[in-house]
Design a protein around this ligand. Structure first.
Ligand code: AP5
Ligand code: ZN
Length: 214
């Protein structure tokens, strides 16, 4: 399967991705995770992306299209993939169509994580992540077994630099202006399924499984 997850910051894309990935043996390509790794490693890509990310603005289409094009060639992605956080502009969606056409493939489903903006601040400001695996926790909704520590590796959790109420405003603004049109782009192709992303994580997972098995 080739899947796209679209939703505003904090809607649960990164929380559901590992579950879907394991269930269907897909690779998980999260442009945000890849960019954060590049920023941390101070690669040329990371140096170019850092400022936009810290301000809650989108990184340029060329940069992210380049990393996705490269990542999709990995052998582990040949069976199918989950795109988490990409495409985020109509230009990115068009470029993705071109890349897939070359391989003779197409997107099967777009999962739209529909949720009211008002819920997102609490989710974002309470989030703690394990940087190397991308696992997220929440102080209230998904607390780790030991506060500040990853359940699996025992390594420390960190907060993302863009997870402040202030930067969230820019990220939401970018979502509504630049990413919502991508949902319409795929709606006209009849492949969008909308989820009730405000529900608890387990209920969202069941909705995802229902959509993917139908
Ligand atoms: P990215 O990393 O993609 O961030 P985002 O889209 O803002 O999404 P988040 O990761 O914040 O939200 P999520 O939906 O994954 O939430 P999560 O599951 O963790 O992008 C970051 C930046 O990179 C962008 O701003 C941009 O600069 C750049 N970028 C990335 N891709 C780009 C592209 N294609 N083009 C241009 N620029 C790009 O959940 C959040 C919290 O809520 C967690 O604490 C979790 O435990 C909790 N939670 C999750 N689900 C539930 C639930 N159902 N109930 C209660 N709590 C829940
Ligand atoms: Zn995420």
């Amino acid at each position: 399967k080739r899947l796209i997850l679209i939703g505003p910051p904090g809607s649960g894309k990164g929380t559901q991705s590992p579950i879907i990935k394991d269930e269907y043996c897909l690779c998980h390509l999260a442009t945000g995770d890849m960019l954060r790794a590049a920023v941390a490693a101070k690669t040329p890509l990371g140096i170019k992306a850092k400022e936009a990310m810290n301000n809650g603005e989108l990184v340029s289409d060329d940069l992210v299209v380049g990393i996705i094009d490269e990542a999709m060639k990995k052998p582990s992605c040949q069976k199918g993939f989950i795109l988490d956080g990409f495409p985020r502009t109509v230009v990115q969606a068009e470029k993705l169509d071109e890349m897939l056409q070359k391989q003779g493939g197409k997107i099967d489903k777009v999962l739209n994580f529909a949720i009211d903006d008002a819920i997102l601040e609490e989710r974002i400001t309470g989030r703690w992540i394990h940087p190397s695996s991308g696992r997220s926790y929440h102080t209230k909704f998904q607390p780790p077994k030991v506060p500040g520590v990853d359940d699996v590796t025992g390594e420390p959790l960190i907060q993302r630099k863009d997870d402040t109420a202030e930067v969230l405003k820019s990220r939401l603004d970018a979502f509504h202006r630049q990413t919502e049109p991508v949902i319409n782009y795929y709606s006209t192709k009849g492949i969008v399924a909308s989820l009730h992303a405000e529900k608890p994580p387990k209920e969202v997972t069941s909705e995802v499984k229902n959509v993917l098995s139908s």
